[in-house]
Design a protein around this ligand. Sequence first.
Ligand code: URA
Ligand code: SF4
Length: 242
Amino acid sequence: MGAARADEQPERQRTERPERPERQERTERPERPGAEQWVPRGAGTGLDDLRRAAEGCRGCELYEDATQVVFSSGSPTARMMLVGEQPGDQEDRQGVPFVGPAGKLLQKALREAEIHPGNVYLTNAVKHFRFAQQGPGKRRIHKTPDLVHMVACAPWLEAELALVDPDVVVCLGSVAAKSLLGKDFKVTKERGVVIERELVHGPMSFVATVHPSAILRRKGADRATDFGAFVADLRVAREAAG
Ligand code: URA
Ligand code: SF4
């Protein structure tokens, strides 16, 4: 799985967007054809084409309950691409990645690492918000995407990587790292180091680190320590970006 191992693309056919199924019609075993058939290819395809096409993606069931697809933000010519997990509650409402609490922490870390926010491209491994509704107010609680969702959504990430072609890709947390570096990748073992991988369109440097949400869950001095380590990992990536 993953962008690092994409090779030949199957012939694609445009399919009509299926109607949004009614809740009671949903099956226990959702269909997950994967995003590939929705990804536009060919000469002249740009990020805006990808963004528009992603609105119609039915590659897995996560589009059913989410408000909208959350594609990416930032500079298409960025030398650094940051990949998160999936949109959170705020991102799902606004349609923009990293605008909630984790995003604020990420922006602060980028400033400390002296990475210009105008020189990054921000995206997620999974592009629809996965959540469960709980409690009397039916609060939407983030649910980590499963491997099947990462696999289904990977063609979007592969297409973004090919188009942006950054110098370095930062994997924020385990979902991004598994999506890009393989399902057995352990951030705890291999964080903050430059990992070289061969992609279809050439070599690419990756740096894996923790997810900013993991830092937000820590308290007091632990949070400060983890934040410092996160900034140090981002500096490694900045240096890899040259
Ligand atoms: N967490 C992520 O991984 N991505 C977002 O866009 C927001 C929060
Ligand atoms: Fe498509 Fe990814 Fe959304 Fe699933 S999560 S519907 S694969 S864009």
